[in-house]
Design a protein around this ligand. Structure first.
Ligand code: 13P
Ligand code: SF4
Length: 336
């Protein structure tokens, strides 16, 4: 239940801004207010590992895309506050048409999701009508509605292997994950040409130099990274998989090739280990990569969206119904 009304100008500006542009007074204890409001509204806060540390710390659940979808599918909350990017909030809404799903900033997009424009994708699909369409969860609801089954980095290999060997496959939108899966499964898939700007920013020459300086370090990479990065990695997996690897591997030093937000949770899980962010092409002082989309969310925006229950994720019902089918297929296969 929304208890406070908003100035008309703030509501009018919302579609253009993407978030509630209201100053939060210095006297407001944002953490205490979030804790009070989430109880009062029976809200759940779901956060991805790429969110800033303060958001991860206040979330009810922090996880990878698969874990977040599973939480969204199972939640008993009335209000879902999704601290992640737009396609993640959309997935939660597709699974929960009767619940309100809010995102701190609606403009928190994803370069991969943007790479698959629905009309172009429809035309591509029409050229290959006999193909099964396996789509990475980093895509819009419209693309999901055109897919046969969704996957995440955590279950992609299993999903591809679940498709009968005689069926040709389209894999979209991440070409790097697609290439990795072709190698892992031996399936000759047709790839869409999308990529993640963050994972394509890692510099192999700098990474090899860093590995020389830390000869005992294990290189841990997300499969959205380019092939030359994956070739030198000791472990490749989803964000949750990467955290588990660092936890269970006896090495002391790890070079982490994914968005730098993960280091917050990793450091909590393995406080005694040395975590080194993989270097990117660009010279930045922290030598780390941050997803500009993920970082559009802030603790203040999260507080405001919980308080006013805006901005809300909306998915047209015809698209939602179609998109639900491939998501449910993925969740079913991921149970076993
Ligand atoms: P995970 O599902 O591994 O958390 O990946 C999400 C993502 O956006 C990677 O860039
Ligand atoms: Fe999208 Fe890459 Fe950001 Fe993940 S890290 S949300 S794939 S742009």
């Amino acid at each position: 239940m929304v208890t406070e009304t908003l100035p008309a100008a703030v509501v009018e500006a919302l579609p253009k801004k993407g978030f509630l542009n209201i100053p939060v007074g210095k006297d407001v204890d944002v953490v205490a207010e979030i804790n009070r409001l989430r109880k009062e509204k029976n809200a759940v806060i779901l956060a991805h590992y790429y969110q800033e540390g303060a958001i991860q710390d206040i979330a009810d659940y922090v996880g990878d895309s698969l874990g977040l979808s599973q939480q969204a599918a199972a939640t008993q909350a009335d209000l879902i506050v999704f601290a992640g990017v737009h396609f993640m909030g959309e997935t939660a809404k597709i699974l929960n048409p009767d619940k309100k799903v809010v995102l701190p900033d609606l403009k928190a997009g994803c370069s991969l999701a943007e790479s698959a424009e629905p009309n172009a994708f429809r035309a591509f699909k029409e050229q290959h009508p006999d193909h099964i369409v396996v789509t990475y969860i980093n895509c819009s609801a419209e693309i999901k509605a055109m897919s046969d089954i969704i996957c995440t980095s955590a279950n992609a290999e299993k999903i591809v292997n679940s498709i009968p060997k005689d069926k040709p496959i389209i894999f979209a939108p991440d070409k790097n994950l697609g290439r990795y899966l072709i190698k892992k499964t031996g399936r000759d898939m047709l790839l869409w040409e999308g990529a993640c700007i963050v994972h394509e920013a890692f510099a192999i020459d700098k990474l090899l130099d860093l590995a020389k300086q830390h000869p005992h370090a294990r290189i841990v990479a997300h499969p959205e990274s380019e092939d030359h990065i994956l070739k030198v990695a000791h472990y490749i997996g989803s964000t949750t998989g990467m955290i588990n690897f660092v936890k269970n591997d006896p090495a002391q030093e790890f070079i982490i090739a994914t968005e730098a937000g993960i280091l917050h949770q990793m450091a909590k899980e393995v406080p005694g280990k040395d975590l080194i962010p993989a270097p990117s092409h660009e010279d930045n002082t922290c030598a780390c990569s941050e997803c500009a989309f993920m970082r559009m969310n802030t603790l203040e925006k999260l507080y405001l969206c919980l308080k006013y229950e805006l901005p809300e994720i909306q998915v047209p019902e015809d698209i939602r119904r179609k998109a639900l089918v491939p998501i449910q297929r993925m969740l079913e296969i991921s149970k076993s």
